[in-house]
Design a protein. Structure first.
Length: 428
């Protein structure tokens, strides 16, 4: 068991670069959605296929990623994940050059598969590197760096991607052929250059980590929280038999789905005449406020959870988010806009808290459990599409009722669902 965090401070510092990168890349989807929605004239449901392709990778790649980590270790898993993500970024070049929505979706799937492996390896690794009772706090701090990536991505994406105004077919028909060709080149490069930069950065990080001596931690090592958690891994043949893990998996599914759905609709929501009355490019910059507040909340949460039960904070934050979303649904103008942007502040600690509560006491099954929980991130593929269908039929504002239901379950998990339990039938 690891008793001290200080001797692992340099390793934790290196790992934060991973949290920053996948936060940055994931948030760029929120910029790509309005861009591709306009470029390919998509409705909300079809535009959410971007998130469907991206987050479906978590469902398909998580369990194989868990096996990679258990067999070859955290470091090798991280390097493979970085290189896979880099390959996905490189595919954006032909996708934009051929104006193919299908290739964009394939590129997003491959990119997300790499990020899935990064998450399966890095989340439990950070949780294990230090005192068990501070696992939630430590992972929240790492997730704060993740939120910093989310905060900077909209500024990067709005400047390089949304700066090119997408023209309608009618507008293109009125342009000269030479002007249309110039426009197509500019539109493609607005996506190609950012993702080429990302691919190069991911490859560079992979090379640096390959030469860095990360501490060798057995994937079977467990964390056991200060909330009465117990290492009872010897009682189970499989991580699936832990009740609090299965309920945590549902919690991750619904939380990530709600968080991604809100982020996916923010630009189009804020740009509405009844809310912010601004252009798509201007609205895109407000994503930084949403993710910036999440970053601030994670720094605060990392400190507060050293003194207050993470489960209690999870319940409180989920209830606060429900109130804010209801305000956003039933109001207009700046009140609605401020309410929905403030959701990020309370979202802040939810993922790391659910994650660490769910793997509490799983011992040798921690690697498998991490794969299961990351698999549940597929909620980011399902919930946004369902919300897109609601938005197409009932309007974008009323569609936010779906996240309200998701956060209701998160509140339950923080209140009761996280308590460790096991089935007697599993005892050998």
């Amino acid at each position: 068991m690891i008793d001290k965090t200080s001797k692992y401070s340099s390793a934790l510092a290196v790992l934060t670069s991973l949290f920053f990168m996948w936060g940055f890349i994931t948030c760029l989807n929120d910029i790509m959605i309005p861009h591709l929605k306009a470029a390919f004239e998509l409705n909300y449901t079809k535009a959410m296929f971007i998130q469907l392709s991206f987050f479906t990778a978590y469902f398909i790649a998580s369990l194989p990623s868990g096996r990679i980590v258990e067999r070859w270790g955290y470091k090798t898993g991280i390097i493979i994940g970085l290189l896979t993500a880099a390959f996905g970024c490189l595919l954006f070049y032909p996708a934009a050059g051929t104006q193919s929505y299908a290739i964009f979706l394939i590129a997003l799937f491959i990119l997300a598969s790499g990020i899935t492996l990064l998450q399966v390896a890095a989340n439990p690794y950070v949780a294990i590197l230090g005192k068990p009772e501070n696992a939630s706090s430590r992972l929240s701090l790492a997730q704060a760096i993740n939120s910093f990536g989310h905060t900077t991505a909209p500024l990067f994406g709005s400047f390089l991607i949304l700066s090119t105004v997408v023209k309608s077919p009618v507008e293109l028909s009125l342009m000269k052929p030479a002007d249309v060709e110039s426009y197509r080149i500019a539109e493609a490069s607005s996506v190609q250059i950012p993702y080429l930069i990302l691919a190069g950065t991911l490859i560079l990080i992979a090379l640096l980590i390959s030469f860095y001596r990360l501490p060798k931690i057995n994937a079977a090592q467990s964390i056991s929280s200060a909330e009465g958690g117990t290492n009872f891994d010897h009682l189970h043949a499989s991580a699936w038999r832990y009740r609090h893990l299965v309920l945590g998996m549902i919690g991750i599914f619904l939380y990530v789905g709600a968080e991604v759905a809100i982020g996916s609709f923010l630009v189009n929501y804020i740009s509405q005449p009844s809310i912010g009355a601004m252009s798509i490019a201007e609205a895109g910059r407000y994503l930084s406020f949403y993710w910036g507040s999440a970053m601030v909340g994670r720094f605060i949460g990392s400190a507060v959870m050293r003194y207050i039960s993470p489960a209690k904070i999870l319940t409180f934050n989920a209830c606060a988010v429900i109130v804010l979303i209801l305000v956003a649904i039933f109001s207009t103008g700046h009140v609605s806009m401020i309410a929905i942007l403030s959701v990020g502040l309370f979202n802040s600690i939810m993922f790391p808290t659910i994650f660490t509560l769910a793997i509490d006491g799983l011992g040798k099954h921690t690697g498998q459990a991490s794969g299961i929980l990351c698999m549940a991130i597929v909620g980011g593929a399902v919930i946004p599409v369902l919300q897109g269908m609601l938005a197409d039929n009932f309007g974008i504002q009323l569609a936010f009722f779906l996240p309200v239901l998701c956060y209701g379950y998160v509140a339950f998990y923080g209140l009761k669902g996280h308590l460790p339990a096991f089935k007697k039938a599993a005892v050998s």
